[in-house]
Ligand binder design. Structure first.
Ligand code: NDP
Length: 300
């Protein structure tokens, strides 16, 4: 394999170390303990595991953590009331409502009720607007994690050709904004893009966020390009035994790694960065809420 493997797990560990340092400083110098509240509705096993990880890592870096587990049958009004209560709580600087929520609850309504000052997922229209015009505030967690890995790998991204495959509000669109702000020439590809292989072939940076296992082929990759695979797909793995599964990304990793300059694995690439960036965003919002300048080493 020619490509350097970008170790997101290791990078996230280092980032959490820096975050813990900032938490300690906020406490000792300003008397502020950053607080993150996570709200989960229902019993989706995947979401439960993810939320438990978030709560554990929040405590590990020294932050205040609150977890609200609401039953599947909770009404929309009750969720909205909880969000309003957390908006007003001075011990809480970040609010995250784990999606998806049950169908009888309007997720957009919930998101729009979160105070933009505490919107650590960068979902509210106000946060998205700040991101687009470059004002300080939380930055979408997964794209922020991808940006950190890219800057660490490549240094300046200025002038590089970046292709993002996928245009979701969660990943693709904010990723494009961040790469544009770093002076990349950005192309966004999606399900209607023609000649996708050709589009990908001209990219110095490829960010794949599609949700289709191994869709991006090795021979689509420009030699030496940096490949960031956001996709998380569970596929059958009969080689591991009957009924076993494993996780793969959106990129055909083995083939792409023969050609790329550097590539993120799945798992162990972008995934670990997402939670670390959630914690970084909580430092940012805790700083801004208290009139302090957020630390700059949590985005670079
Ligand atoms: P969405 O389903 O919201 O978006 C998928 C995007 O891929 C859409 O823009 C869609 O295009 C595009 N697409 C679908 N099929 C094709 C195709 N054949 N060719 C080109 N583009 C295509 O997904 P998300 O952005 O939420 O997530 C993407 C992946 O990233 C998933 O695997 C998800 O699990 C993973 N993920 C990982 C995270 C992490 O922490 N590592 C965090 C968040 C997501 P169109 O708009 O035209 O339909």
């Amino acid at each position: 394999m020619a490509a350097k493997i970008i170790d997101g797990k290791l990078f996230a560990e280092g980032l959490r170390g820096r975050i813990a340092g900032h938490v300690a400083r906020l406490k000792s110098e300003h008397g502020i303990t950053p607080g993150l509240a996570v709200v989960i509705v229902g019993h989706d096993p995947g979401s439960q595991v993810y939320v438990a990880q978030k709560a554990k890592q929040t405590v590990e870096v020294g932050m205040h953590s609150e977890k609200y587990e609401l039953p599947e049958t909770v009404s929309e009004a009750e969720v909205l009331a909880l969000v309003e209560k957390l908006n007003a709580d001075p011990a809480i600087h970040g609010i995250l409502v784990q999606l998806p929520v049950p169908k009888h609850i309007d997720s957009l309504k919930i998101i729009q009720t979160i105070s933009p000052d505490k919107d650590v997922d960068c979902f509210t229209p106000a946060s998205v607007g700040k991101l687009v015009i470059g004002l300080p505030g939380p930055v979408s967690c997964t794209p922020l994690g991808c940006l950190m890995l890219l800057r660490d790998q490549l240094g300046s991204l200025s002038g590089l050709d970046a292709v993002i495959i996928g245009r979701s509000n969660l990943v693709g669109k904010p990723m494009a904004q961040l790469l544009l702000a770093d002076s990349c020439t950005v192309t966004m590809a999606h399900s209607r893009t023609k000649n996708l292989a050709e589009v990908v072939r001209r990219a110095d940076i490829v960010v794949a966020a599609v949700g289709r296992p191994k869709m991006i082929q090795g021979d689509w990759i420009k030699p030496g390009a940096t490949v960031i695979d956001v996709g998380i797909n569970r596929i059958d793995a009969p080689e591991r035994g009957e009924g076993k599964t494993r996780l793969v990304g959106d990129v055909d990793y083995a083939a792409a790694a023969e050609v790329a300059g550097a590539i993120t694995p799945v798992p162990g690439g972008v995934g670990p960065m997402t939670i670390a960036c959630l914690l970084a965003n909580t430092i940012t919002t805790a700083s801004l809420i208290n009139g302090l300048v957020p630390p700059s080493d949590l985005t670079a």
